[in-house]
Ligand binder design. Structure first.
Ligand code: MRU
Length: 361
């Protein structure tokens, strides 16, 4: 990720005292970084969505646990911190995956070595996430190249939902990694960015990323996706995911399911890009995925920048009305054209997943 000439990752170690993150609640109006110095601060950053996106909260959770080990290296202390961090967000499996991997690397090791081991394992999780995102980009690029062949020099139109770019991973992204690679390879692209109410990850984060990288794009209100698909203005959909179950069902940001239905009705390929840390082999189907319910305030209020440059929150609903705010939905595997993973592309079926990840189950 390149912000005004400086290379960043979305999480990075700061000496041995803490780790840095980009405060995503301030984007796109301000680019602010934070240093996280305790496991409690890490939990707060994940819960408040200063840091977010399934692969990224896995890496942040790992660094958070490393900070917890500095505060107490016993098995009990590690288990308590793990539970506290895991409870911050329920839907993305990457968080639990990373925390359990950290636990496995620490328990049964001498207490005196645990701080160094924890720091090193968190670093490995972050580095591996970058490598997986790069490989997803390369594998997805092949699909975009094929579509570009049929476009006779016209741009390939890609629709994406929420933010599954470098801000949602340690670097590069999942759904956006193939887009960046295709753009860098000189393929003409145009990206439809779903606004992604209620938190506007599309309008605020994906548009910020694509703009920083020079990728042509336009923001669409969430309800417009079906219309542009019917109008022949979408060649492909690529989204990320927070959890894929053993049968190929996909949990992702609320609204993804409706885009998958519209894509199916219009014969538009609907791809889901994911690192293997997003596969939950223990769940048979998406019915069992816990769906995060967030504050009604996210629906009833909205933040934005005033002409004087200050950012403020305004009420947008009829006073006294309540709201429901499910953060994710489940797209059934039958609506998914394929998975783009670090090991290649496969069908959204148990057999497809097993063909790439035979060790999974
Ligand atoms: O609630 P968020 O912003 O953390 O949700 C993020 C998404 O739904 C992303 O699409 C998903 O995590 C995949 S990120 C590579």
């Amino acid at each position: 990720m390149n912000i005004k000439g400086t290379h960043y990752r979305s999480v990075w170690p700061v000496g041995e005292d803490g780790f840095g993150i980009i405060d995503q609640t301030k984007l796109p109006h301000a680019f602010v970084t934070l240093t996280i110095k305790s496991a409690d601060e890490a939990a707060h950053a994940i819960k408040s969505m200063q840091t977010r996106g399934a692969p990224l909260i896995g890496a942040v959770g790992a660094y958070g646990l490393a900070l917890a080990v500095r505060e107490g290296a016993s098995d009990d202390a590690i288990n308590t911190a793990l539970e506290m961090l895991a409870a911050t967000r329920p839907t993305a499996i990457n968080l639990k995956w990373a925390l359990w991997r950290m636990r496995g690397a620490l328990l049964n090791q001498p207490h005196g070595k645990r701080v160094a081991l924890a720091w090193s394992e968190a670093g490995k999780i972050a580095d591996e996430d970058v490598a997986m995102s790069q490989a997803i980009g390369f594998n997805g690029l092949k699909i975009i190249e094929k579509l570009a062949e049929g476009k006779k020099g016209n741009p390939v139109n890609i629709l994406t939902h929420c933010n599954a770019g470098w801000l949602a991973t340690v670097d590069y992204g999942t759904a956006l990694a193939p887009i960046y690679m295709a753009h860098d390879a000189g393929i003409k692209l145009h990206v439809w960015v779903d606004e992604t109410r209620p938190r506007n990850q599309g309008a605020a984060l994906t548009a910020f990323e694509l703009g920083s990288h020079g990728v042509p794009h336009a923001i669409l209100v969430d309800n417009a996706g079906g219309h542009v698909m019917q109008a022949g203005q979408v060649d492909m959909v690529i989204v990320g995911t927070d959890r894929v179950t053993a049968n190929g069902d996909v949990a992702n940001k609320i609204g993804t399911y409706l885009k998958a239905l519209a894509a199916k009705d219009n014969n538009i390929p609907f791809y889901v890009a994911l690192p293997s840390s997003t596969i939950d082999w223990t769940l048979e189907s998406g019915r069992d995925i816990p769906i995060e319910e967030r504050s009604p305030d996210e629906v009833l209020k909205m933040s934005g920048r005033l002409p004087d440059g200050s950012v403020t929150m305004v009420e947008i609903a009829a006073p006294g009305s309540g709201a429901a705010n499910p953060g994710f939905d489940v797209t059934p595997a039958r609506l998914v054209t394929g998975f783009i993973t670090e090991r290649g592309t496969c069908a959204a079926t148990p057999e497809g997943l097993r063909s790439l990840f035979p060790e999974g189950r």
